[in-house]
Design a protein around this ligand. Structure first.
Ligand SMILES: Nc1ncnc2c1ncn2[C@@H]1O[C@H](COP(=O)(O)OP(=O)(O)OP(=O)(O)O)[C@@H](O)[C@H]1O
Length: 264
């Protein structure tokens, strides 16, 4: 029994997911508490994205269960989990590409705070919320002001990813899940995004799947390392990276992250 007084945000209990003969996630248990900022790493095919998909409801587990803020959500579809406060980004971005940047932010704001009917969302509410302080502040924080009226399909990958994360943070979800948020970004964009994420530490519960461990290591409080569907190490980053099985299975990424001495 844990003595940590912080509220539990998400708990996975012995979850397993099989694809035909392949066990993609193998009996994984995992807990995140309020304001934890945690990362999941693992080599290609380790099961990270499948585990994300189990947490967020894109797949039902074959075994085990998922609890969100104490509620069993194992059979709940993704959109209902979003309504409960679980928000994720994707490796490939998920934005409304035929709308402008500001209208994407407005949709995120309205969905999170006003929950209108769909026609109201598009025809009435949007225009009147373009100057809402939360929307304006988010444009500034994410350096999206100059792109405010740009149609999203004309943005670069980095700009789109920034927008997607801005949309998620604007909604202030109880749990923010980021699937490789830095993939495909230039160094300056990475630095900008990391500054925004660091500013959320202590204010938001965040789970990040990220290959570029060196970038996120200094603000992750906890790391979970997966290999062939299993959790092989969990705890503070340095401790995990010293773990013998991690050193065996994960040395390429650890080396990329500047951990060459520790794992050679
Ligand atoms: N829909 C699916 N159907 C069949 N097999 C799948 C499916 N999704 C994932 N897999 C397999 O499950 C295993 C885990 O994949 P997953 O994408 O979760 O790993 P990952 O750690 O996220 O890898 P990467 O870092 O390459 O994204 C892999 O062997 C993959 O081929």
């Amino acid at each position: 029994m844990s003595t940590d007084p912080r509220a539990e945000i998400i708990r996975a209990e012995g979850v397993t997911k099989r694809f035909k003969g392949l066990v993609a996630v193998d009996n994984v248990s995992f807990v995140l508490r309020e304001f934890d900022v945690a990362g999941i790493i693992g080599s290609n095919g380790a099961g990270k994205t499948t585990f994300f998909n189990l947490l967020t409801g894109y797949y039902p587990p074959d075994e085990g269960r998922i609890l969100f803020k104490g509620q069993d959500v194992t059979a709940m579809p993704p959109e209902q989990r979003v309504d409960l406060g679980m928000m994720r980004t994707f490796q490939l971005t998920a934005t409304f590409d035929s709308l402008t940047v500001v209208d994407n932010l407005v949709l995120s704001y309205v969905r999170a705070y006003e929950k209108p009917s769909l026609p109201a969302l598009f025809f009435r509410t949007c225009r009147s919320r373009r100057h809402h302080p939360k929307v304006v502040e988010t444009l500034e924080t994410f350096d999206l002001g100059h792109l405010r009226d740009r149609v999203v399909k004309n943005l670069s990958l980095g700009e789109k990813r920034r927008l997607e994360i801005a949309m998620s943070i604007l909604a202030e979800p109880a749990l923010l899940l980021l699937d490789e948020p830095l993939a495909g970004l230039a160094e300056t964009e990475i630095r900008m995004l990391l500054d925004v994420l660091k500013a959320r530490v202590g204010r938001q519960t965040i789970l990040i799947v990220e290959h570029k461990l060196s970038h996120v290591q200094d603000f992750l409080q906890r790391l979970t390392v997966m290999h062939e569907g299993r959790v092989i190490a969990e705890g503070p980053c340095e401790e995990c990276l010293r773990h013998p099985e991690v050193r065996r299975s994960y040395w390429q990424i650890a080396t990329e992250a500047g951990e060459g001495e520790a794992v050679s």
